[in-house]
Design a binder for this molecule. Structure first.
Ligand code: NI
Length: 533
């Protein structure tokens, strides 16, 4: 596997080291470029020039997957081999976040032209306070890595920059720039980007010995060697969550969740502090509480507030910032689902497909193809009956059967179920929850099925009018890929939503930390916790 040893300059001779130390004086920062063990100050020493010095481990820790109660599933389709961790029901936020990141990786790959792709998950940290799963996405061009960092106590997931305290971010970037040597500028540029797959930003995690490891992505066909920030140096740069994550990589223990998730406290990932550490700081100035921020009262002794320059801490689209909407299609798959996929791919738009068990039985390859396009797959139960009127034992069999079939064909668990006709009750919600799914209703009913005999233009106008009238932030739009007029309206619906400033996302992306298995939702739980009794 890749280690931080790929620069030829690694094999410094003492003479070269001497030349390099002259270069340092003239402002060139190539010293120690190759060697993460080098003095972070960049000042040359005899030790760093010794080629026999052992290389530091530039790999993320590999943690025994048995510490996390999870199975594995694999999607194989044409050039794709996508392996998934099937996580336990007690960690919904981790399951939704893995679903989001995997979907993004697969969609982007497809939109970039497809071909060979292997996605492999590895547990790289585990404790009761922090978990991390690295997803390695390998194509002929190289390997990109995404890490899902997860706090089992609050059910929240984070992108890699959450490991670093906001006040330390610039120092961290400077350290990485130094350690990356001649690739320093490139490294710093990539660190400013949202983390892969949101952007080309590197994956950040820890080695088994607790060093901070930065894995860069493939950009324009090339990549930078991993950078290792020595553990002692890294320790002072971490957020509280980052400190937990480091311990969970060094001394992994079994993952567990509390009886109830704790309310999310943003200071865990380093809410920007209003102060900077200073020996002359007054006692009040060191208070971390937001209520202490009254810069004018302490006059000139108060340091400037820390501006959080870290890239996005959220995996997937940040729907707290963007106006999000989820487009969903029911009752497929049918062979014509391909028409919807073609339109979505041309528009680079994600969607969620609530597949009906009997349709899956008829067209299993279409389901696999939909998943291989990176679309989110959810359940519409096995048969199109009212779940509220189906007996418990029979319903359990149906719900389990449809979820099992989806897992078998796509390698992933469905995390949502939409009851046919929206007909649900407490008992059917309970059965759905036991199978590890939230109950997904809708906030925008396009009533597209009513227009299946209208002219395509007439149907499209009616569908657009319905969307226009009902859509709002965090909304869920109901359509059906079994009707020709609905399929034909897909492009117009996506374009209209985008013109109105909406970002299209999958269901999971609407609020990954807030979905609860067995609870029913009409729209994002972050916007409206519930729409049903
Ligand atoms: Ni239906």
């Amino acid at each position: 596997m890749a280690r931080a040893t790929s620069f030829p300059a690694r094999w410094f001779t003492p003479l070269l080291a001497l030349v390099a130390s002259v270069a340092l004086v003239t402002g060139c920062s190539t010293i120690g470029a190759d060697d993460p063990t080098s003095n972070p100050t960049g000042i040359s020493t005899d030790a760093e020039a010794t080629p026999t010095e052992p290389a530091q481990d530039a790999e993320f820790a590999t943690v025994d997957q048995a510490l996390l109660d999870a199975g594995r599933g694999t999607l194989t389709h044409e050039g794709l081999t996508v392996t998934n961790l099937l996580v336990t029901h007690e960690m919904p936020g981790l399951a939704y976040s893995l679903d989001i990141v995997r979907g993004q990786v697969v969609r982007q790959h497809h939109w970039d032209g497809g071909g060979q792709l292997t996605v492999t998950p590895t547990l790289v940290a585990s404790s009761t306070k922090a978990l991390a799963v690295a997803l390695k996405a390998t194509t002929p061009a190289g390997t990109n890595t995404a890490i899902v960092h997860y706090d089992p106590q609050t059910n929240h997931s984070f992108a890699s920059p959450a490991l670093i305290a906001p006040a330390q971010w610039e120092g961290f970037v400077a350290a990485v720039r130094e350690l990356a040597g001649e690739s320093g500028d490139q490294a710093a540029t990539q660190l400013a980007e949202p983390t892969f797959p949101n952007g080309a930003g590197p994956a950040i995690g820890f080695s088994a010995s607790g060093d901070l490891v930065v894995h860069f992505q493939v950009v324009d066909g090339s990549t930078i060697a991993p950078v290792v920030v020595p553990g002692d140096q890294a320790a002072g740069m971490l957020s509280q969550f980052g400190t937990h994550a480091r311990a969970a990589a060094r001394y992994p223990t079994a993952a567990a969740t509390p009886e109830r998730f704790l309310p999310f406290d943003p200071t865990v990932v380093g809410k920007p502090s209003t102060t900077t550490p200073s020996p002359s700081a007054t006692p009040t100035a060191t208070t971390t509480s937001g209520s202490s921020s009254s810069p004018s009262s302490t006059a000139s002794s108060t340091p400037a507030p820390v501006v959080d320059k870290r890239p996005q801490l959220v995996l997937g689209t940040d729907c707290q910032v963007a106006k999000c909407v989820a487009l969903t299609f029911d009752d497929g798959p049918v062979p014509q689902t391909q028409d919807v996929l073609d339109q979505l791919n041309a528009l680079k738009a994600p969607a969620t497909f609530f597949v009906l068990g009997t349709s899956v039985d008829n067209f299993p390859k279409m389901l696999t193809a939909t998943a291989a396009n990176g679309m989110e797959i959810a359940s519409h139960n096995q048969v199109h009956n009212q779940m509220s009127r189906t007996g418990g034992e029979l319903l359990t069999r149906q719900v389990t059967m449809s979820a099992d079939n989806i897992r078998e064909l796509t390698g992933a668990d469905p995390l949502f179920l939409r009851p046919p006709y929206g007909a649900r009750n407490k008992s059917s919600d309970g059965i759905t929850g036991k199978q590890g799914m939230a109950v997904a209703l809708w906030s925008v009913d396009t009533e597209d099925w009513k227009h299946s005999k209208a002219s395509p233009q007439g149907a499209q106008n009616a569908i657009l009018a319905a969307v226009n009238k009902q859509v709002d932030d965090g909304g869920v739009i109901l359509m059906h890929d079994i009707h020709g007029n609905s399929r034909a309206a897909t492009t117009a619906v996506v374009n209209q939503l985008r013109e109105k400033g909406y970002t299209l996302v999958t269901m999971a992306e609407l609020a990954p930390a807030d979905w609860r298995f067995g609870r029913a939702y009409c729209s994002s739980p972050a916007q409206r916790p519930s729409c049903v009794g």
